[in-house]
Design a protein around this ligand. Structure first.
Ligand code: PLP
Length: 470
């Protein structure tokens, strides 16, 4: 494509996306196809170049019917995967620039825009200034909260080994503390790091709650130290995936300090993948209480912060920690800017070498919405969830399974698990909405995660109508 042809086709693509989004409410939210449906319909690879318009027709024929419409207003499943159109435009700009931001020198703007945005967001979230570049820490945009947890664990392994981990690897004494509600990405990080399943310690919750008991964590860490084991990392979650539970970060971080020793400090990684962005609203800032005592904090812009996947925001309070664990510099990557020590090379903050200019889509969102617009987006969903919660409480036969967490409402029927499961299936089968489930204390629970960019009150009313229609 030459740039003129690209201009023509680009308009067609934008028209297609605009049309898709304008009509998104008309599709069944969940794809209604059987396994293999797409494979059977995919055309053979062409030997000859094909006109681009034909590809758009294929999207309508093969892709759209087999798509679960995450941007639909009736999408209430999992957690939201906001892809605001501002962020889509930012992604297009990033692809258009086509830069590879592995080193500062391979595209200074890719690095510095990211640094400035993450500093600005740290401030807007009310994070401790120690997480900013001026404060000795810094932020980066990872591809996912899973990757963020992995690199935090690698930095922790490096730190608690006194730097020996890079040479020697793990020795089987490492221990990582989570709860049964912690996202599975932590267990995966433990596996990827080669620690073995025994390294993962499941801390029980405080009585009557789903949140980690800081006291139980302290006791486990003390036992492990006494047994010659090495507590490496504890991961409190702010907003667990199942029910939105919030672990007591402050107490956990204080316990970590008590049971770590100089050179063997226990790394505290806070996973706030979904809920962390709520701290942009002063009235919800209490969710990040205690994060100032942690070592790293992660929240996904690609969940509830309007930014198309992938954009996971990770801050660490020691800017040297990730490069110390991860940096390897072959001759072909050496350059004078790196040697000067004055720049950040984000390749040292992640597992892959190459990296996209993800900051552009985030910038596009923050520029286009402004912080007030972002807060209105978050507040709108929390208000809708509060309304839904009040309807559930007032409705005979319905129960809240756990207290509402921000915009996540968990409900069940008093008639029992089978009735709740049947309700979920019946409501999803309408195609108007998509809900997902979890299990709390052995009981089946429907989760309603309000957070789609397009979701308005009328959509929550429609959902409630479907839930209560007999
Ligand atoms: N942590 C929590 C609490 C989550 O809810 C999720 C995903 O839902 C993740 C981590 C993983 O997110 P990602 O897809 O960014 O790796």
């Amino acid at each position: 494509l030459d740039p003129e042809e690209f201009r023509r086709l680009g308009h067609a693509v934008v028209d297609w996306v605009a049309g898709y989004r304008a009509g998104i409410g008309e599709h069944p939210v969940r794809a209604q196809v059987e396994p293999g449906w797409v494979r059977e319909r995919m055309p053979a690879l062409p030997e000859q170049p094909q006109p681009f318009d034909a590809l758009l027709a294929e999207l309508d024929r093969v892709v759209v019917p087999a798509t679960t419409h995450w941007q639909a207003p009736g999408f209430f499943g999992y957690f939201p995967a906001n892809a605001s159109l501002h962020s889509v435009l930012g992604d297009l700009l990033s692809g258009g620039l086509g830069v590879q931001g592995m080193l500062w020198s391979t595209s200074p703007a890719a690095t510095e825009v990211e640094q400035v945005l993450l500093d600005g967001l740290a401030d807007a979230l009310g994070l401790d200034p120690a997480y900013t570049w001026a404060g000795g820490g810094g932020g980066t945009i990872a591809d996912s909260a899973s990757s963020a947890a992995l690199v935090a664990l690698l930095a922790a392994l490096h730190r608690t080994s006194g730097g020996a981990w890079r040479e020697r690897g793990v020795d089987g004494t490492e221990r990582v503390y989570v709860t049964a509600e912690t996202h599975s990405s932590l267990a995966k990080a433990v596996r990827v790091a080669g620690l073995g399943a025994a390294a993962l310690r499941i801390v029980p919750p405080s009585p009557g709650s789903l949140a980690m008991s800081a006291q139980a964590f302290a006791e486990m860490a003390a036992e492990d130290v006494a047994a010659g084991l090495r507590p490496v990392l504890v991961c409190p979650t702010i907003g667990t995936t199942g029910t939105g539970a919030v672990d007591p970060v402050r107490e956990i971080a204080l316990a970590a300090r008590e049971h770590g020793t100089p050179g063997r400090e226990i790394w505290v990684h806070v996973d706030a993948a979904w809920a962390g962005v709520a701290a942009l609203c002063p009235e919800h800032r209490d969710v990040i209480d205690g994060v100032e005592l942690a070592d790293s904090f992660c929240t996904d812009a690609h969940k509830w912060l309007l930014t198309a996947f992938d954009a996971s925001l990770l801050w660490v309070r020691d800017a040297a920690a990730l490069p110390a664990a991860l940096s390897i510099t072959p001759e072909y990557l050496r350059n004078s800017a790196t040697d000067s020590g004055e720049v950040v090379d984000y390749r040292d903050w992640q597992v892959p070498l190459g990296r996209r200019f993800r900051a552009l889509k985030l910038w596009s969102v923050l520029h286009g919405f402004g912080l007030e617009g972002v807060r209105a987006h978050l507040r709108g969903h929390v208000a809708l969830a509060a309304e839904l919660e009040s309807w559930i409480v007032a409705e005979p036969g319905f129960e809240l399974a756990v207290p509402r967490s921000l915009s996540l409402v968990c409900l069940r029927l008093s008639a029992g698990d089978e009735a709740t499961r049947a309700l979920l299936e019946r409501v999803n089968a309408t195609g108007r909405v998509l809900l997902t489930h979890t299990v709390v204390d052995g009981r089946y629970v429907i989760r309603v995660a309000i957070g789609s960019v397009a979701t308005e009150r009328e959509h929550v009313e429609e959902l409630w109508g479907l839930l209560t229609s007999r």
